[in-house]
Design a protein around this ligand. Structure first.
Ligand code: F6R
Length: 604
């Protein structure tokens, strides 16, 4: 789950690599390092801590260079220490490597190398790579051959970039972990993700598994492991550098919460016609899902909550639906010919989700990636991709992408139910689409008028925080609790409203805040369970479009605009996002980079 960046031909490699690392910090942030080549040798600085620690005198002494590699780490093998930080080097110090992923056979390789006299200075799996390269260089292979021979020996997942002393070439390889090339007139970049180099170029090549790259200031070669050239398309990304900056906000999370109206406008643009009423999913014209009887969703974390939302809609439409946490997916597909497996993943790189997607593919079921990232592994490996168009999300806590996932799933659910046998259509499709078209403005209103900050202050320091909702508000309750615990570090749980009395109520003590969501139609279970919790001393914060409806059971109200019941969860969720954000802020938490977490979880 780390981030790697490399550049050749840049005016100032140190500055370019540091910029890239700052842009990639969301991928991991417990240690960082940089290596540059200036024609007279490799210079390396690395240490445990944040990327901001790679500044001032620590890097000032690095030489002027045009070639460099950098790494931001999120530990998987060995704790975050200076020794475990990347780049890792060979015993001669002539080879420097940064790596994202996990080398599954590192123990065997390490034993072999120790047998040859190599001494290891870190606890990482990565360190086997520079030692292997060193070994093959000592055997007389040139840089290309030594790198290729090393890559052949690796099992597991990796994106690697390597520098050899005295050479202005960066060699890189990809297998199971993302790696993108950026092309500029007189420079090349390599990174785990496009935002790393977006301020330098928007022309990219998404590498495929098995690709091996050698790039110097004047040429780029992409081959397979046998050295045979492979053709890869050059794409132009339509994300702007401003979208990946903080834009004057203290935190990406608040910027991303507040950009939800714009993100949602993009998600629905050209896809809905309330007057007809009709849905146009450009990639999926009517009839695209003919023959489907079963839909399986696989996803993790916030994306799993979005999947639950979509699954509920399909379940109510009469389809056979299963939703699995990707890490628990069994891969059992009783009727693959008629099954659609939807992997919901913002990044398109989550290892657990990719594992489930591959298990589904192995059954010959039809697969679809619902993702934010064009060119991501999920998008490329699934039979089809449906994009949520939320724009880049940098804060570790997913916010705007949840909203865009849910809305995309609402549209997908409608297309699927219209295509299957017997085909059905909502009788309120026009009303739903009208409500959808108003949603961006309504979200704007929630953000502008929310009392979340005041309520966060009022409830600071409580022992636990509960979130409840029924039907489509159940996944929103789960999401509200996940967001709260993730960025405040306080205990929070989300439940289906009716479940509260089946155990969790024992945890309710006087003063426990219970955030209860109401959609105006399916409210009875939430009302009775909130009332019961209140009788045990809980303080109920109702999230509703109508204060009168909750008079009897609420202590506080967060008001949302009136909307279709199938969409009210999106407005409620924005209120909950703000409650989490302001509570975390009061507690002085590192909101964009919660401890132990990373944005893209590329290990299982
Ligand atoms: C929580 C969060 C995570 C991700 C999860 C899946 O705020 O962001 O729970 O939702 O790691 O990531 P993607 O959607 O990239 O597969």
């Amino acid at each position: 789950m780390c981030g790697i960046i490399a550049c050749v031909g840049a005016d100032d490699a140190v500055d370019t690599v540091l910029t890239g690392l700052n842009n990639l910090e969301y991928r991991g942030y417990d240690s960082a390092g940089i290596a540059v080549q200036n024609g007279r040798g490799l210079a390396i600085r690395k240490r445990a801590g944040e990327i901001s620690d790679l500044s001032g005198s620590f890097v000032e002494s690095l030489p002027q260079a045009t070639v460099g590699i950098g790494h931001t780490r999120w530990s998987t093998h060995g704790p975050p220490t200076d020794d475990n930080a990347h780049p890792h080097t060979s015993r001669s110090g002539d080879v420097a490597v940064v790596h994202n992923g996990v080398i599954a056979n590192y123990a065997a390789l390490r034993e072999e190398l120790e047998g040859l006299g190599y001494e290891f200075t870190s606890e990482t799996d990565t360190e086997v790579i520079p030692h292997l390269v060193d070994r093959y260089l000592e055997d007389g292979l040139d840089g290309d051959a030594a790198f290729r021979r090393t890559v052949e020996r690796l099992e597991g997942s990796y994106a690697i970039a390597m520098l050899i002393e005295g050479e202005n070439t960066i060699r890189a390889a990809r297998q199971g972990s993302p790696l993108v090339v950026g092309l500029h007139d007189d420079a090349y970049y390599l990174a785990s993700d496009v935002p790393a180099f977006l301020e330098f170029t928007d022309r990219v090549i998404y590498l495929e598994d098995g690709d091996v790259v050698a790039v110097d200031p004047t040429s780029l070669s992409i081959t397979d492991l046998d050295g045979e050239p492979v053709e890869r398309d050059v794409d132009t990304v339509d994300w702007s550098p401003e979208e990946t900056g903080k834009g004057g906000y203290d935190h990406y999370m608040l910027k991303e919460i507040e950009s939800q109206p714009e993100a949602l406008s993009n998600t629905i643009r050209g896809r809905i016609d309330p007057d007809e009423p009709a849905i146009t999913l450009e990639e999926f014209p009517p009839g695209s899902f003919e023959g489907i009887t079963d839909v399986h969703f696989v996803a993790c974390g916030t994306s799993y909550h979005a999947a639950l939302y979509g699954a509920r809609l399909l379940d109510e439409a009469g389809l056979r639906v299963r939703t699995s946490r990707a890490s628990e997916y069994t891969g059992s597909v009783p009727d693959p010919e008629h099954t659609l497996v939807v992997a919901v993943t913002q990044s398109g790189e989550t290892a657990d989700t990719l594992g489930a997607l591959r298990a589904a593919k192995a059954t010959d079921a039809r697969t679809l990636a619902l993702t934010n990232v064009v060119g991501s592994t999920a998008a490329r490996e699934a039979d089809d991709a449906l994009y949520i168009r939320a724009g880049p999300e940098i804060g570790v806590a997913a916010t705007k992408t949840f909203s865009s996932q849910v809305v995309t799933l609402v549209l997908l659910a409608e297309r699927v139910r219209q295509d299957v046998e017997p085909a059905t259509e909502r009788d309120d499709l026009g009303a739903l689409l009208r409500a959808l078209s108003q949603l961006p403005d309504q979200l704007e209103e929630v953000i502008r008028t929310s009392r979340a900050e005041a309520l966060s202050r009022a409830y600071e320091g409580r022992e636990s925080y509960f979130f409840i909702g029924h039907r489509l508000l159940h996944p929103v309750a789960l999401e509200g609790a996940l967001k709260f615990k993730e960025i405040t570090y306080e205990h929070a749980e989300g439940f289906a409203s009716g479940e509260l009395k089946h155990g969790p109520l024992a945890l309710v003590t006087p003063g426990t805040p219970v955030f209860a969501m109401f959609d105006g139609v399916h409210d009875e279970k939430t009302r009775t369970n909130a009332t019961e919790a209140r009788a045990r001393g809980a303080e109920i914060v109702a999230i509703t479009a109508s204060e009168q409806r909750v008079e009897e059971c609420a202590d506080e109200v967060l008001v949302i605009p009136d909307t279709h019941p199938d969409l009210s969860g999106l407005l409620s969720n924005a209120q909950l996002q703000l409650v989490s954000y302001y509570t975390a802020r009061l507690l002085d938490r590192p909101i964009d980079k919660p401890r132990n977490l990373a944005k893209s979880v590329t290990v299982e």
